[in-house]
Design a protein around this ligand. Structure first.
Ligand SMILES: [Zn+2]
Ligand SMILES: [Zn+2]
Length: 147
């Protein structure tokens, strides 16, 4: 497995991954847009407990961003770090761009394409889903709001 480490903008918070990331994709939901100030965010998953804060634990803030998830960010610089889904206790999603080398983890799909800002064209051929991917763990048969 590759060694993956990451940090926030001010570097108060540092983390490392203790497993290989998987299911990397873009999210275009409004919550991601507002949280990041960007058209979309790229997330990837690791197994629960494999996203380890190695420095600045006291700076990691949590904010309930929906009925089923909390967002983690640096309390000093505001960098969005991760999403912790109540409904997916086996996995943990982190922001790929906070990796020291974000190029190592490549998105494979787009979700919440229906919320994409009209002027943003990623120009790729990846699968695009209006909302969550079909059969997303914890969401089968439900219609929750954005994460
Ligand atoms: Zn920071
Ligand atoms: Zn999103």
């Amino acid at each position: 497995m590759a060694e993956h480490e990451g940090r926030c903008l001010c570097a108060a918070v540092r983390y490392r991954l203790e497993g290989d990331p998987f299911d990397c994709g873009w999210c275009h939901c409004r919550t991601c847009q507002l949280s990041s100030g960007a058209p979309a965010m790229a997330f990837a998953s690791v197994r629960a407990g494999q996203w380890i804060v190695t420095q600045g634990e006291e700076q990691v803030r949590r904010m309930r961003s929906s009925s089923f998830a909390e967002r983690l960010f640096c309390g000093c610089c505001g960098t969005p770090l991760a999403i912790d889904y109540d409904i997916q206790p086996e996995t943990f999603d982190f922001s790929v761009l906070t990796l020291d080398d974000p190029a190592l983890v490549r998105p494979g799909f787009h979700i919440f394409w229906s919320s994409r800002v009209a002027w943003f064209d990623p120009g790729d051929e990846l699968p695009k889903y209006d909302r969550f991917r079909p059969n997303t763990v914890g969401l089968e048969g439900t219609e929750p709001p954005d994460g």
